[in-house]
Design a binder for this molecule. Structure first.
Ligand code: GTP
Ligand code: MG
Length: 249
């Protein structure tokens, strides 16, 4: 190839989150532009190519993908399996996908009020955020601050927590996880001013803070936002998530 015809890989947006959150349903919704299709538990990753319109009046809607009148940005949307036993598949995508521009972490807002859903969801999110924090502070050529959308799905169900509660529940649980993972460090009697950078590297968010907040990820230029939506119903639908993605690719 001559140097004038440079081949560019479209950016990727990764769909992460626990099993049953609605990742595959969301992918099929964006792909079809209409009703999502029935899904099964995913065992492998799957990516599709989409276009986000940037200059038409419909740019805020995912239905713009079949509007050919405007200028489009091409990107890959990558679905991953959420099952805990396949976590290496999803984390591998996070580690290896070239040009990842954003992560959409889907959660089931209707089940997040239950500790049995909240605990594994937060544990997974903790691993993702810590990975991104390390990536943002690394000195290599892979250094990047990747924004995260926490997409609170299934708002059509009456048990669904509103976005503010989803955020609060996750922050509380992430605080708990952070405390238990750093217990060895705190028990050793070393003051927080004395610890080495290695310990600090394993701490999510603002070092030594009592409570974890998503805002602390801002220290690493990682923007974390929580937005409510639904894949299966028109209202509130998935347009807000689409618009969040479209602005980051
Ligand atoms: P894994 O592949 O196991 O990681 O799960 P997944 O995140 O891909 O979930 P999937 O898309 O298969 O959806 C799981 C179930 O949730 C399906 O029965 C969907 O129909 C349902 N679901 C997805 N979105 C919504 C929603 O907005 N509201 C309701 N009520 N159900 C939804
Ligand atoms: Mg799936």
């Amino acid at each position: 190839l001559s140097s004038s015809s440079t081949y560019t890989v479209p950016p990727s947006v990764l769909l992460l989150g626990p099993d049953n959150a609605g990742k595959t349903a969301l992918l099929t919704l964006f792909e079809r532009g209409a009703k999502p299709s029935a899904t099964h538990t995913s065992q492998v990753s799957h990516s599709i190519e989409l276009n986000a319109s940037t200059d038409s009046v419909t740019k805020a809607s995912f239905r713009n993908h079949d509007d050919a009148t405007g200028t489009h940005t091409k990107f890959f949307l990558v679905d991953t399996p959420g099952h805990g036993k396949l976590r290496n598949v999803a984390m591998g995508k996070l580690a290896r996908t070239e040009k990842t521009k954003a992560v959409v972490f889907l959660v089931d807002a209707a089940a997040l009020g239950e500790q049995e859903t909240l605990a594994p969801t937060a544990a997974y999110l903790y691993d993702v955020l810590l990975f991104l924090q390390k990536k943002a502070t690394s000195k290599g050529k892979d250094k990047a601050s990747i924004p995260v959308l926490i997409a609170a799905n299934k708002m059509d169900l009456f048990t669904a927590l509103p976005a503010t509660m989803v955020k609060a529940h996750l922050e509380t649980e992430l605080t708990r996880i952070r405390a238990s993972r750093s217990k060895g460090l705190l028990d050793s009697g070393v003051g927080i001013d004395d610890v080495g950078s290695e310990e600090q590297d394993g701490w999510l968010g603002e070092y030594g803070s009592e409570k974890f907040t998503f805002q602390q990820m801002g220290e690493f230029d990682i923007d974390v936002e929580v937005l409510a939506g639904s894949v299966l119903t028109e209202e509130p639908g998935a347009d807000k998530w689409w618009w969040w993605i479209a602005q980051r690719i």
